[in-house]
Design a protein around this ligand. Structure first.
Ligand SMILES: [Zn+2]
Ligand SMILES: [Zn+2]
Length: 440
């Protein structure tokens, strides 16, 4: 029997409600928020209904459900790296109440049956909500459109060939023309073939390390093309894992011109730059797509978080088996995990020093991504589904100590001491994290 939950005395932060105050939240047995205390009255206290479970939230921040719009769950095909069960447990532990699952599985998610199969796995195994993203082209081969209409009807929230770029402008135009009819965005893994063979950012660091370079221009030309096609077709465009100051400027200009363009930035591009490769030579935990860029790029991305150019922080959680990463840098696969560290990294590196407010965090992890991908709105207000996270910003956690929930451990932050931990996570009113432990 589900019971009512009373979250007592937390600091509720929700810019969509103009809310940043200490107050109680009552979650009804139906999984929706039943009441939020009036912050003006006696510290927002609510009466405890009979039989309700009380969760003390003093000194903790309560956020509307964070969503990671860029996650690789690896199911089907690479269950040795991650599954719907383990990936969503990692998400819950990191404080996320929902994830968007990328379609570059094996086989790819490119028709209605594959979307349905993912939703069924999620129904059975997932700790948090899973929103499927479909492929733009069949088998992600870039040659023929995938079953976009069928996938949209089955529940795909967006389309992308992520892992590779749709290099044919003609095919991309067709995909955008078609996708536009369903009111969902096209997501762009912006990587022009100019990047081919690149291992690290092209420049001084690639020269010093003797590794093949990957120029910023490979991303920027791709972003420019996709913005131009967005203008041509009117289809909503969302740029994935944007990594250079130049790409950010292109998005900034498109937004200023009123175009339906949004973008995401990953924690690794916000908090690491290519100089990490000089300190941790040939550490494959630093090999990602796109690569770590210069410190000037990194600083521009951080500035983009506050001026509204960046819509969301998304992890591009890309689990890989240890034996695959234990390889020469050039041969190792691209990608790092990120679900369990994103929120603590933002808390430690940007909120604690005062660069970002908690309201900014709610915008970048909840409202921005939901609006970019058209996902259901989540708010700390009566009537909304109780998808929310209680975060303890004072908890001290060493990354990787005690293991990861993810089946893979290719995190660039292992051993790092971070501030903050999700202590309670509710999805539709159901606790999936209790006292910092995943219970789903
Ligand atoms: Zn990608
Ligand atoms: Zn990806």
């Amino acid at each position: 029997m589900p019971t009512q939950l009373l979250l007592r005395g937390g600091r509720l932060v929700d810019p969509a409600e103009g809310l940043d105050a200490v107050a109680d939240v009552l979650v009804g047995a139906d999984g929706a928020i039943a009441a939020v205390g009036d912050p003006a009255a006696e510290a927002g206290a609510l009466e405890v209904p009979k039989g309700a479970t009380v969760i003390e939230c003093a000194e903790k921040v309560v956020l509307p459900g964070p969503v990671d719009v860029h996650v690789h769950l690896r199911e089907p095909g690479r269950e040795d790296e991650e599954t719907v069960a383990t990936g969503t447990r990692a998400a819950a532990r990191g404080g996320f109440t929902a994830v968007c699952a990328m379609p570059n599985t094996d086989p790819a998610i490119d028709d209605g049956a594959a979307v349905r199969a993912l939703l069924e796995s999620a129904e059975r195994d997932a700790a948090v909500r899973v929103h499927p993203v479909g492929a733009l082209t069949r088998r992600r081969a870039g040659e023929a459109l995938a079953e976009i209409g069928e996938m949209a009807a089955t529940g795909a929230v967006a389309f992308t060939d992520d892992g590779s770029w749709l290099a044919s402008s003609r095919m991309m135009r067709m995909a955008m023309d078609y996708t536009k009819r369903f009111g969902v965005p096209v997501l762009s893994h912006a990587e022009d073939p100019l990047a081919r063979g690149g291992a690290v950012n092209e420049g001084e660091v690639s020269t010093l390390l003797g590794l093949p370079g990957w120029p910023s221009a490979a991303e920027e030309t791709a972003v420019a093309r996709d913005i131009r096609l967005c203008e041509l077709t009117g289809c909503r465009l969302h740029v994935q894992h944007l990594s250079t100051a130049g790409s950010l400027e292109l998005v900034r200009r498109a937004k200023a011109a009123g175009m339906p363009v949004t973008c995401e930035v990953t924690p690794h591009h916000l908090f690491l730059d290519e100089t990490a490769l000089l300190q941790r030579r040939y550490d494959t935990a630093l090999k990602m797509n796109p690569p770590l860029r210069t410190s000037a790029d990194r600083e521009a991305l951080v500035a983009g978080l506050t001026d509204g150019t960046v819509d969301c922080v998304a992890t591009d959680h890309a689990p890989h088996a240890a034996h695959e990463k234990e390889m020469e840098f050039e041969l190792a696969p691209y990608g790092v995990t990120g679900l369990e560290t994103a929120l603590p990294l933002l808390a430690t590196r940007l909120v604690a020093p005062g660069t970002l407010s908690w309201a900014d965090v709610a915008r970048l992890l909840c409202h921005g991504p939901r609006s970019a991908l058209g996902l259901p709105e989540v708010r700390l207000a009566a009537g909304f589904a109780a998808d929310l996270t209680v975060f303890d910003p004072e908890a001290r956690v060493e990354v990787g100590a005690g293991g990861f929930e993810s089946r893979s451990a290719n995190s660039p932050w292992t051993g790092e001491r971070l501030l903050g931990r999700a202590t309670e996570v509710l999805v539709g009113g159901k606790p999936v994290v209790r006292s910092g432990k995943v219970v789903a």
